[in-house]
Design a protein around this ligand. Sequence first.
Ligand SMILES: N[C@@H](CCC(=O)N[C@@H](CS)C(=O)NCC(=O)O)C(=O)O
Length: 341
Amino acid sequence: MSTQTTHKHTDGSTKWSSNDGRFRRQESSFRNFITKDGNSDFKPELNRYHLICAMACPWAHRSMIVRKLKGIDKVKGLLPLHTVDSLLGPEGWTFVPYDSEELKGLGIPGTGIKIPGHEDKKRIRELYLTANPDYKDRCTVPIIWDNKLNTVVNNESSEIIRMLNTCFDDFIDPKYRNLTFYPEDDKSLQKEIDGLNEWIYPCINNGVYKSGFATKQDAYEESVKPLFEHLDKVEKILSDGRDYLAGGRLTEADIRLFTTIIRFDPVYVGHFKCNIKTIRDGYPHIHKWARQLYWKEGDGAFKDTTDFESIKAHYYQSHPQINPTRIVPAGPHLYILPLDK
Ligand SMILES: N[C@@H](CCC(=O)N[C@@H](CS)C(=O)NCC(=O)O)C(=O)O
């Protein structure tokens, strides 16, 4: 993906596309790993690391799912979760609601921040600036915060979910220990997962954003068409009745696709103009696959981390360039259908 930064945003501002009308996602800048073998400055420890997420954010959602699937959420002090307010405003993600005239009353509160020594922080930006006072990029979620070295360990969700496969294995219940969503001992499955990620990320996960944030007709069409072509491709893969994308088991490919699909009908169809088809009416196999994950998989790991109200409120209220009235639409009736529909 392009590393080009298309605009200055010292204030976490909301100018999303560059002058050619195309949205480009910035490269994440904190790329450390917590390693089980202790081969880094970041050793796994209790009462040290914190996960900061927005319930609304599909990238953060990946890490919440894996945290729960791995039983990390069940160990006190291992990687507690802190969530921001759903409204992404001019100063970025916030632990306390915006109170300006324009934004007061909007948003759905998160848990706030309860990290010892940082309880007074109002914006996520303040954590980034604590980690690096010269930080000038967007202050994104998810992040793993290290409260020992007072820094961001990593702010790239694809890497966060990789490290959670193993890094806390000495602390979690043994029944979760050998669970991995990118199996080291199966290189051919890893290759298959990589192959899926290679097109699902640009065309689907990021494709909805490129469609929604486009400010020129050609930029929009150039994203929305491949988005649906690649949904067709997923539909075809799942059409043999399989429950998972690869290897006959749950992998990170499922987790990474799920967080986009679950937001599709409630938000992307309308807000991001991804309306060639809906998942529920246009993609029976994807629809079934997503509902199985939501309703049945991993002891609520998908369901309990999906907060439709926060998701809807976030998108519709946070992008006034797309939705100037910030009105959150009422539908669709049932954000997710039951399995037997
Ligand atoms: N590469 C990052 C992307 C994360 C990302 O773009 N998160 C968005 C929310 S969906 C964000 O925090 N945006 C804040 C901003 O742009 O100010 C990852 O996958 O972790």
